[in-house]
Write a protein that binds this ligand. Structure first.
Ligand code: PPS
Length: 332
């Protein structure tokens, strides 16, 4: 007998809240929770806010990940330019293996998130131990974890940490758009007013934003060989200087010949928003967790917040920024 019934659509993995281990479900029952940006709730774990599926990945990587001294880990708060810096990092570190002028450079065929995977969002997200056998040294990895919650071996080893920070106003706008866009059929979208209040209270993905930034800022001053602190806006403003700074930190500075040959400029061009966002893989591809690659490329501009903030919102966030960053040399 034939049937014309269609099977119910299975949601993409990033929306599945049923794929959790019993251990994780039990832990969630004990944690403070708030309305989620994308998942129904976010939970406070070790002082920061996280979605349930990612918590499972955090616990697994905290328990199992063994850092190597040669590892390079990119750390960001969500929406601060991770995709961009993953591309720059990959191109920079692998420039002897993959010439940036090659027609078949991996960045032309793969999304940066597939080339520099997240520990807790990809490698350990299902709770199991990933296979690192296909990685070559140095392993390029990434995470959104706050410093104090990094796997212990990352803190104790000579692993290098690249921290990327972005103006909290643009980070907020980007996060609000991103999480609304990932909702199926754009239903139940969150209002900007509601999410702004959560952001200001520190209830944002891997937030409070200020704690995350200040911890890495402080570490970058205490341990300049281990942590470099980069800013999205500075890379936009002086891409060459910041890329060279990163290359020096990673102990792979550009030679004069490379500079004369245009390698630095070509890495910048290859990784630009204009170039990456137009590639076939980034317009039509998807991550294994189900997000469309194009969701990671929206505008890529500095100051888009000005198109959204009311005067009240500006004043409120200005005040919080002033309070939280008082006494630090960080200006937003
Ligand atoms: S995620 O989900 O945390 O990995 O997102 P993340 O990549 O950190 O943030 C996405 C924002 O970065 C912009 N973007 C870029 N800016 C400049 N250059 C390049 N190449 C680039 N690629 C992505 C992206 O558009 C998001 O910012 P908004 O303000 O939403 O446009």
């Amino acid at each position: 007998m034939s049937t014309s019934q269609t099977s119910p659509q299975i949601p993409p993995k990033y929306l599945r809240e049923d794929l959790l281990s019993d251990e994780c479900k039990k832990l969630l029952l004990t944690l403070p929770k708030e309305k989620g940006w994308l998942a129904s709730h976010i939970y406070n774990y070790q002082g920061f806010w996280i979605a349930p599926r990612h918590l499972q990945g955090v616990i697994a990587c905290q328990q199992q990940f063994q850092a190597h001294d040669s590892d390079i880990i990119l750390v960001t708060t969500p929406k601060s330019g991770t995709t961009w810096l993953k591309a720059l990092l990959f191109a920079l570190v692998n420039r002897m293996k993959y010439s940036i002028f090659e027609q078949n450079h991996p960045l032309l065929a793969k999304n940066p998130h597939d080339l520099v995977p997240f520990l807790e969002l990809k490698l350990y997200v299902d709770g199991g131990a990933p296979n690192f056998s296909s990685f070559t040294s140095p392993r390029l990895l990434s995470t959104h974890l706050p410093y104090a919650s990094l796997p212990k071996s990352v803190q104790d080893s000579r692993t290098k940490l690249i921290y990327l920070c972005r103006n909290p106003r643009d980070t907020f706008i980007s996060m609000w758009h991103f999480t609304n866009n990932l909702k199926l059929d754009h239903t139940n979208t969150n209002s900007i007013e509601e999410m702004f209040d959560f952001f200001c209270k520190g209830v944002s993905l891997y937030g409070p934003f200020w704690n995350h930034v200040l911890d890495y800022w402080t570490k970058s001053i205490e341990k300049p060989d281990k942590v470099i602190f980069l800013m999205y806006e500075k890379i936009k403003e002086q891409p060459k200087i910041q890329l060279k700074r990163l290359a020096e930190f990673l102990e792979c500075p550009f030679s004069i010949e490379e500079e004369n040959y245009g390698v630095v400029n070509e890495i910048q061009r290859m990784c630009s928003f204009e170039n990456l966002s137009k590639l076939e893989v980034n317009t039509n591809g998807k991550l294994s967790s189900g997000e469309k690659n194009k969701a990671f490329f929206r505008k890529g501009e500095v100051g888009d917040w000005k198109n959204y903030f009311t005067i009240e919102m500006s004043e409120k966030l200005n005040y919080i920024i002033e309070q939280k960053f008082q006494g630090y040399e960080l200006k937003f």
